[in-house]
Design a protein around this ligand. Sequence first.
Ligand code: ADQ
Length: 459
Amino acid sequence: MKSPPRLVVVANRLPASRVGHGPGIRWERSPGGLVSAMSPVLEDRGGVWIGWDGGAGPAPRPGRVGGVDLRGVGLSRSEVEKYYHGFCNTTLWPLYHDAIVNPEFHRSWWEPYIDVNRRFATAAARAYRRNNLVWVHDYQLQLAPRMIRERKPNARIGFFLHIPFPPDELFAWLPWRSAILRGLLGSDVIGFQTQASAENFVRVAKRYAGAEGTERELTIDRRTVRVMACPISIPAAEFEKIAASPSVRRKAAEIKQQLGGRKMLLGVDRLDYTKGIPLRLHAFHELLQDRKLSVHECVMVQIAVPSRESVPGYEETRREVELTVGRINGEFSMPGKVAVHYFRRSLSREDLVAYYLAADVMLVTPLRDGMNLVAKEYVMCRDDGTGVLVLSEFAGAARELRRALLVNPRDVETLKKTIVQAVRMRESDQRMRMAMLRSNVRRHDVHDWSRAFLEAIDD
Ligand code: ADQ
């Protein structure tokens, strides 16, 4: 049997970080979604991963981790500012998330975005061997597909966008919209989290880049580009296995006991303004004020991973979250009965799963989210069939997880009612919904996602 083609993965971050010093320096696999999604495929096919190590300075020496060759791309201090904090996270990220905070447009950030994309493309072309598949990831590298195509005209190139692709009304703001579209259209296949994002893309590709064709296939420069919705997922079996482990179950029981056996409402997010953490806290606050819920019965736990702290909007979100938690606790906590527990830190996967197991209600209320893996992780950990998922309509995951309690997070009254409904839901109803949610995620896990996307590139 013919072995599958080798992969060249191009992503902003490397899937590993360097630990130790001097001669003892080595690479250690980082935790995180993309790594766990891509690692099995890479280990299976072999391949190379091009990425940045997160620091300022020259590229690190090539390394190897878990059967994958690592090729670092170096960024100068000024490029970290202008390309990464600037164009990626202060222009594109807010613009692509419905302009929840105002995106900034600075001409001095555009050249560094081009330069860094070119550096990634050059590294990818250097690593490329005949018949390899090239898979470029996410909004940081939208120019790279065309740049790789210029260097390797026959390469098969796929691009996957992890965040939403905005509607024309917003995308049109971007002074460099045509260049971005032409960059993306250098791919053979462009994948999005949802059909809505794919349709948004097709519309603007026709309007601003001269592409022609249908919702599924565009033509440009006499090449065809396939456009598809390919929702990402999680390693479902891995989560089920961790959730079944005795030590994790013990930890979950301990958490429940420490919270005094109260019903637990849980939030788990990067501390990002897209995630709707303040709205969720305000809703809980009002429910306590209205006496619809009480601290004798309920407790909220919010776990937030620090994120992009030097980017505008993040510090404000953190302040608002911390102020609101302080207010709620000041007003409602009792000895031994804290109203909101707030942890601003990253947890190990085992600890995270223990919280999922302990949570009666999972609150996933982003204002806009490409997919949201937390929703799928929670569902996959609930092997006894109980638990209620409250899910924002504006998360990509809402397209698949139809039996969650879907809610518009900006509609605070309905959000409050939905939270009460979740807390009071009968066990039979919980089980009926959870069974459907679990079969959704199980039927479409991360391996199906990468297989479907690679088949499309390989086609
Ligand atoms: P993110 O915006 O980072 O991802 P999400 O999909 O929720 O959002 O993934 C977060 C991941 O981090 C999850 O795997 C979660 O378990 C983990 N995590 C969160 N809080 C944690 C904590 N305190 N400790 C440890 N781990 C924690 C982007 C897009 C999403 C899209 C993904 C994948 O914004 O919409 O779903 O990429 O494509």
